[in-house]
Ligand binder design. Structure first.
Ligand SMILES: *Cc1c(COP(=O)(O)O)cnc(C)c1O
Length: 396
């Protein structure tokens, strides 16, 4: 059977398998740093790229490659490059695509460290960046400079839940002869396939939905074409930000249940969003599945579901939010998202604390914003927990 032509769920269960001598049901962990060559000639061939034998785990490993093939199949790309974390994916992409003096246009409300890596560290190497609200195509067009080399978006964006039009961004990028990179962490390949909408590179923090069990930190990059794939892979190999085989095994295991986890989590999230929207103590709710979301129709168009991340604010602002967070018993007060457990956090003082106050406000990361990653627990319990926290916060 041709797995690449099968349905999404069949790919989830079988695309990460490898042929081994025992016909194993799961992909074994090849916990080895190096691989012996058949002969001196074979070793030379491996290094020359004339044989696909394994050399050294930083370069390639059967367990890691199984995961890379699987995610590449799920994203309809040419190939995947698994890395040690989502940020390793970000760094590998920046360093592969940009040279000193090059410019990048990006979403203002992206994952905080992806922005501070550029603005606080890579600025020393002459990289230039402009962060804008990419929900408006006009803003992107205006931000172009003669030295712009990359358009990099995150949609839905962290933590504002703003949705950017991927197909429109691909058109603008390609009109200017540059590449479009999409951080697809919030959707996973189950809800959105940016390469199918015209993007050139998609990446994930697999720490989140793809692994889904809050026990691994990992990342992956998938390129649409061979040439860019090779450039990214060579950068990863020399940077040494490869994944570990055991880490790859855990992600392969977690990934198998991606669709049933997301289906359940987004069902729950929808109910939680409706609960929050009608609660008199809640000032606003932003969730792609609510008609009140400013890009509700675009979300319906490019995503196959609304996901399970909600941002909201309370009428009592940050003071009330603190009391709410301190009074939850089920939801864990923690960063990260996309796992089976419900997590809550305050971006302005936590995940996005390194972004300047002014840039946070410009990007819509207000001090009252609370981010909730809804898990797969019984939704009645999640709602009861929030209800209880809100009641305590308002002394009612
Ligand atoms: C978590 C996250 C990252 C970074 O991934 P790590 O695995 O923590 O390094 C990048 N982008 C988004 C949207 C994320 O949520």
């Amino acid at each position: 059977m041709n797995i690449e032509k099968s349905g999404f769920n069949t790919k989830l269960i079988h695309a990460g398998e490898i042929d081994d001598q025992f016909n194993s049901a799961t992909t074994p962990i090849y916990q080895t740093s190096t691989f012996g060559f058949q002969s001196a000639e074979d070793g030379a061939k491996c290094f020359a790229g004339e044989s696909d034998g394994y050399i050294y785990t930083r370069i390639g490993n059967p367990t890691i490659n199984a995961l890379e093939r699987q995610v590449a199949v799920l994203e309809n790309g040419y190939g995947g490059i698994a890395v040690s974390s989502g940020m390793a994916a970000v760094a590998t992409i920046y360093l592969t695509l940009l040279s000193s003096g090059d410019h990048i246009i990006s979403t203002d409300a992206i994952y905080g460290p992806a922005r501070s890596l550029m603005e606080k560290q890579f600025i020393r190497f002459g990289f230039q960046s402009t962060y804008i609200n990419t929900t408006k195509v006009e803003n992107i067009k205006k931000a172009f400079r003669p030295n712009t080399k990359v358009l990099y978006i995150e949609t839905p964006a962290n933590p504002t839940m703003n949705i950017t039009d991927i197909a429109a961004c691909a058109d603008i990028a390609h009109e200017h002869g540059i590449l479009l990179v999409v951080d697809n962490t919030f959707c996973s390949p189950y809800l959105q396939n940016p390469l199918d909408l015209g993007a050139d590179i998609v990446f994930h923090s697999m720490t989140k939905f793809i692994n889904g069990h809050a026990d691994v930190v990992a990342g992956i990059i998938v390129a649409k074409e061979k040439n860019i794939y090779n450039q990214l892979r060579n950068m990863m190999i020399n940077l040494g930000c490869n994944m570990d085989p055991h880490q790859a095994y855990l992600v392969l295991r977690g990934l198998k249940t991606l669709s049933i986890r997301i289906e359940r989590a987004q069902q729950n999230a929808h109910k939680v969003a409706l609960f929050l929207e009608q609660d008199p103590r809640v000032a606003w709710v932003k969730y792609p599945g609510l008609k009140s979301h400013p890009q509700y129709h675009l979300g319906k168009q490019q995503m196959r579901g609304s996901g399970s991340i909600i941002s909201f604010g309370l009428k009592g602002g940050f003071d009330a939010a603190k009391i709410l967070m301190d009074n939850l018993q089920l939801a864990l007060l923690a960063v990260s998202l996309g796992g089976v457990e419900t997590l809550i956090q305050h971006p302005a003082s936590m995940t996005h604390s390194k972004v300047s106050k002014e840039d946070k406000l410009k990007a819509g990361i207000t001090n009252d914003l609370i981010r909730l990653s809804v898990g797969i627990e019984d939704v009645e319990d999640i709602v009861a927990d929030l209800e209880n926290g809100l009641r305590n916060g308002y002394n009612i």
